[in-house]
Design a protein around this ligand. Structure first.
Ligand SMILES: [Zn+2]
Length: 131
């Protein structure tokens, strides 16, 4: 893969990583702040709903951070953007959606047919939120 493309993706990943870390920090902060004030205006189920929504978001962020870290490790190791099965290059377009993708589309499809898994095929919902 073109080293320019790799370094561009790397800086995108680092920016995204920072955004996610900031979001996590904000989320923690607001969780502490609204604890007392929310109780007056919301009933129990609302409070729980809000808590679960936050939990879901923070789970998404955790998953994304792990993906980003995996990708950065691959960049360092020089294996980033290369299919583990056939050594083909993984298209940049795909890497933008799934930076931690380790299979090209062909191998991914073959895998999904074999296992019935769609583990790599859907972009994560929080990715769309960030745009
Ligand atoms: Zn492949």
């Amino acid at each position: 893969m073109n080293p320019k493309t790799v370094s561009q993706l790397k800086s995108e990943l680092l920016t995204k990583r920072e955004t996610l870390l900031n979001l996590q920090a904000l989320n923690k902060k607001s969780a502490m702040e609204d604890d007392s004030s929310m109780k007056d205006v919301m009933d129990r189920s609302d409070v729980e709903e809000a808590w679960f929504a936050k939990e879901r978001m923070s789970q998404h962020w955790k998953v994304e951070l792990r993906q980003i870290d995996t990708s950065l490790q691959r960049i360092e190791a020089g294996t980033f953007g290369v299919c583990e099965e056939c050594d083909d290059e993984i298209p940049v377009k795909r890497l933008r959606v799934r930076p931690d993708a380790n299979l090209c589309l062909n191998c991914q499809e073959a895998h999904e047919k074999e296992t019935g898994s769609t583990r790599m095929s859907s972009p994560s919902p929080s990715l769309q939120l960030l745009h």
